[in-house]
Design a protein around this ligand. Structure first.
Ligand code: B12
Length: 180
């Protein structure tokens, strides 16, 4: 609970300030990278803390997660992973800049019923749509949840996702609904 407060009320707003300043040209790429590195360190600490408190032992089901092709933003995706693992789900993290084919392969080979995709840029929403289309064209029996700052619920539905999650807590609620 305390970890979620630190993430949602302190770390994410701080990154929003950084993003805003970057957009307005008040800070530049080196500062953006520095801020991202600091945030990563903080999330690592929280992850270790949560792991020490003891995650659930019995797996509640498998979930594939990935940041889509062309996108290297993975802080949000990594938070989602930590939270899902804490709720007892097995997370197969494919990393960032992930090819749609790799998502398809991991989902089919591991008989995964829930896939989570992340995209942080308007330019990579197309890769997200391509990944969803590929899963649908191959008739993969799985639900797809999507997230990332540039997404909206409407857009998520338009590109064929089953669920839109605005934050990590919501991803856990969706996983509970889909996987029980
Ligand atoms: C940190 C950061 C970086 C870091 C990334 C480090 C890393 N390892 O991730 C670095 C410095 C590398 C970077 C690079 C770039 N960035 Co950048 N970056 C950011 C920044 C400041 C914060 C993003 C972040 O981590 N937020 C915090 C996390 C926790 O939030 P989140 O990702 O939204 O995740 C939460 C939810 O969305 C949801 N969620 C997210 N994913 C998923 C997935 C699932 C399955 C679910 C269920 C939920 C979920 O849950 C998460 C937790 O609550 C944003 C600004 C912003 N405020 O968003 C810009 C931003 C995303 N970057 C931007 C840009 C333009 C770039 C660059 C192109 C810059 C450049 N000129 O090179 C490159 C892109 C390189 C690439 N190909 O991807 C733009 C994108 C603009 C746009 N609309 O397309 C932004 C919005 C900044 C801006 N305002 O201009 N960036």
């Amino acid at each position: 609970q305390d970890s979620m407060i630190i993430i949602n009320e302190m770390l994410i707003p701080a990154l929003d300030v950084i993003g805003d300043k970057f957009e307005k040209g008040k800070i530049f790429l080196p500062q953006l990278i520095l801020a991202a590195d600091v945030a990563k360190e903080c999330f690592e600490e929280i992850k270790t803390f949560m792991a020490n408190k003891g995650a659930a032992s019995e797996s509640k089901g498998k979930i594939v997660i990935a940041t889509v092709k062309g996108d290297i933003h993975d802080i949000g995706k990594n938070i989602v992973k930590v939270i899902l693992e804490n709720y007892g789900f097995d997370v197969l993290d494919l990393g960032r800049d992930v090819d749609p084919e790799a998502v398809l392969k991991a989902t089919v080979e591991n008989d995964v019923k829930l896939v989570g995709l992340s995209a942080l840029m308007t330019t990579t929403l197309g890769s997200m749509e391509d990944t969803i289309k590929l899963l649908h064209h191959n008739n993969v029996d799985c639900k797809i949840m999507v997230g990332g700052a540039v997404l909206t619920e409407d857009y998520a539905m338009k590109i064929g996702a089953d669920y839109y999650a605005k934050d990590a807590k919501m991803s856990a609620d969706i996983a509970k609904e889909v996987l029980g």
